[in-house]
Write a protein that binds this ligand. Sequence first.
Ligand code: ADE
Length: 225
Amino acid sequence: MRIDIITVLPELLHSPLQHSIMKRAQERGLLEVCIEDLRAYGLGKHKQVDDYQYGGGAGMVMMIEPLSNCVETLKAQRTYQEIIYLTPDGVRLNQSICNQLSLKENLLLICGHYKGIDERVREKYVTLEISIGDYVLSGGELAAAVLVDSIGRLLPGVLNDETSALFDSFQDNLLAPPVYTRPVEFKGQKVPDILLSGNFSAIEEWRYEQALQRTQQRRPDLLAE
Ligand code: ADE
């Protein structure tokens, strides 16, 4: 899978996507993340990418021309199954959207800044608008990093244990059960006996019960779905 990201702050995206599982995904050639600096498409001597909004009001708006030139340049090179704009007024990201997006070949992400992007870019190019939660970030870059990470780890071959993503929280609308590692006892706190029993079907059942209980307590809305 290839993901292109249009941004005015490329540095903000470099580090989060160069460690751990995202690093492995790219090293294994399973995920290619290409960061496109919108400034290169900026207008005039100062490479301007934003301007005052029509109708007045505080805050700058990202101009249509640099964005359009950038998107057209990328679109001429490959076909994108989705052109995604990260915005607080988009559809709220969840595991099901991540699963669906992980099946695509090419995605193009657009990171907004300031007051956002000229509406005409959304009308003309954007096929999907995603929010990572009901709060406002300074720009779309951190949201894009969240999206790439949540999709990238689902690509076959990225996680060492192929099954492990299947048992993530949310994959079956359940939160994950509690987990433990050595030592068996630490300052009076013990690992539940069942996990030491070697009885794998009983352990599976226990995990399922724990997941169910945790979901009922913390996120009953997931069970209602
Ligand atoms: N840009 C600013 N806030 C955002 C959010 N919550 N989700 C996605 N993109 C954003």
